[in-house]
Design a protein around this ligand. Structure first.
Ligand code: S3P
Ligand code: PEP
Length: 533
């Protein structure tokens, strides 16, 4: 029996709250007439197998062109790059449009904020400009959270409202939106109130706030779900200078400042000492900034990193439309798709993957290989930046002694699931910050996999998993409302004897609104349950 026939996933979509949907995975062969992959095969002159982050030409594998019956799925656009691109394109002065079909909640939060912000710091007379004709004050409807409504095609509609001088930014549950836009707003000299939802009100922010306060800003937190920022003095904006962090709890503090500090009148320095985790995300920030003409110099020595940021810079970019097709694929979400391939016992092709990438979560490729999962990667013929990964049925997974997750914290839940299928003991360490996400992802992952029957335990900074193979427990719950745990649970249904029941699956919209639709296309079937089922 195929593993893929074992799993059954039951989920509840909100906000209806009463509708339960059963999703069972059945091995449905993908049927297609003219196969685009086959066509691409003929167009390609050569195939490359990519090892690590370097690529070498290779002869095509003997079984390579057998495309017709392969299930395939394209990775969605990278959420992290989308946030960055929207901010940079907007600061470059564009009338921002999004061309994205499956817009996630997090990206919507950043977009809605950026279309309301001026794109340049105030001029000497303190007039703030969104565009040439924008007045000094913002037109902000009084209903917080629903202003600047954006349809999913990306057109901004303002619903009218009163004039007030404080901008409302609804971050939803997006840490990136909050931590990137706090410094950006401060650099633009805008008084703003950030609305925080779900776990975002508990996630670390004080280290960034302290630095902003040391540089001319006043931050008030009257309630946990709201944070206000303004200049300490009237019309004061963020002051340049030295910003210091000791083992920062989030790299997003650094990325946010890197977006903001080039806009200040004088030069600044960011100095980081101690442990600097999730560094790959800062590299992503720097790569976007470079494309927008922003000059930042980095030096590092043992446990100190210094970013030197000249002031008075301007973002320069050509396009005002952020198009999902021009953003590289998301390795964090692709990791779940690749794991589904590995666990299903069938061949799966994941396309739209940047084989060379700054994304730390590209690490999943190396981890899959270390787990002993057979895969092949090859770049696209037209844009060699993009590539495809084929996952083949594998005999059995090998455990991995030690996985340092300090640069890829978002992979922790899905790695833990893969480790349950490996022969032996796998330890994940360096993942303390996984506790500081949409949920405590170490205890959440440990709890849900334990309920499913896995042998897993928590350490202070990671997880220890003894591979057991097929999981014989059962799970009913909301996956801690955490998109990454919910997606991992969906994948776990492939190796679980009992149904996996997830309430509130809508939480996946934080990063991957189409996730369950994609599962449907891959052969998972859905069934609506009544409350009595
Ligand atoms: O900058 C980014 O895009 C992100 C940085 C990481 O956060 P930390 O730096 O807080 O680890 C990551 O977990 C998050 O999902 C996205
Ligand atoms: C932690 C995440 O995002 P953010 O920090 O932007 O909320 C995530 O997407 O897993």
């Amino acid at each position: 029996m195929l593993l893929s026939k074992l799993g059954e996933l039951i989920s509840e979509y909100q906000p209806s709250g009463t509708v339960l949907v059963i999703i069972g995975f059945v091995a449905v062969t993908h049927m297609c007439g003219i196969n685009p992959d086959k066509l691409r095969w003929f167009l390609e002159r050569s195939t490359h197998e990519v090892c690590g982050n370097s690529s070498r030409a290779d002869v095509p594998p003997a079984d390579f062109p057998s495309f017709t019956h392969i299930k395939h799925v394209a990775a969605p656009a990278s959420k992290s790059y989308l946030h960055r691109e929207i901010i940079a394109a907007s600061l470059a002065g564009h009338e921002l449009q999004l061309d994205i079909t499956d817009l996630s909640d997090d990206i919507l939060a950043t977009y809605e904020a950026m279309v309301k912000l001026p794109n340049q710091p105030p001029r000497k007379n303190n007039v703030i400009n969104r565009n040439a004709s924008t007045p000094e004050r913002f037109d902000i409807p009084s209903t917080a959270g629903h202003n600047g409504v954006v349809n999913r095609k990306g057109e901004s509609e303002r619903s009218g409202g009163s004039m007030c001088s404080r901008l409302i930014i609804d971050c939803k549950e997006s840490g990136t939106t909050l931590r990137f836009l706090l410094p950006v707003v401060a650099s633009l000299g805008v008084d703003a109130e950030f609305k925080l939802h779900g776990r975002l009100s508990d996630r670390p922010i004080s280290e960034l706030n302290e630095q902003l306060e040391l540089h001319g800003m006043k931050i008030t937190r009257d309630t946990p779900d709201s944070l206000r920022i303004s200049g300490r003095l009237p019309n004061q904006r963020l002051q340049s200078g030295e910003f210091t962090f000791d083992s920062p709890q989030s790299s997003q503090f650094i990325s946010g400042l890197l977006f903001a500090l080039p806009l200040l009148e004088s030069d600044s320095v960011i100095r980081i000492r101690g442990r600097f985790e999730s560094k790959a995300y800062v590299r992503m920030t720097l790569s976007v900034l470079r494309r927008y003409g922003i000059d930042i110099r980095c030096t590092s020595a043992s446990d100190e990193w210094i970013y030197t940021i000249p002031g008075n810079q301007r973002y320069v970019g050509k396009v005002g439309t952020v198009n999902a097709l021009e953003i590289e694929g998301d390795w964090s979400n692709a990791a779940v798709l690749l794991a589904i391939g590995a666990l299903s016992g069938e061949q799966l092709r994941v396309t739209n993957l940047p084989l060379r990438s700054e994304q730390g979560d590209r690490r999943i490729l190396d981890l899959l290989k270390e787990f002993g999962i057979k895969l092949r990667c090859y770049p696209d013929a037209i844009s060699t930046l993009n590539g495809t990964v084929d996952i083949y049925p594998s005999e059995g997974f090998k455990s991995i002694d030690a996985i340092d997750a300090s640069d890829c914290p978002d992979l922790v839940p899905i790695i833990a699931l893969l480790a349950t299928q490996a022969r032996g003991r796998t330890q994940i360490y360096g993942a303390k910050r996984a506790r500081l996400k949409e949920s405590d992802r170490l205890s959440g992952t440990c709890a849900v996999l334990t309920e499913l029957g896995a042998d897993i335990s928590e350490t202070s900074d990671g997880l220890v998993i003894m591979g057991t193979g097929i999981l014989s427990g059962s799970y009913v719950g909301d996956g801690y409302g955490d998109h990454r745990i919910i997606m991992m649970l969906a994948a776990a249904s492939l190796v679980s004897e009992q149904p996996v029941r997830i309430h509130g699956c809508r939480a996946v919209a934080k990063s991957y609104p189409d996730f369950f639709k994609v599962l449907g296309r891959l052969g998972f079937t859905t069934k609506v349950l009544s409350d009595d089922d």
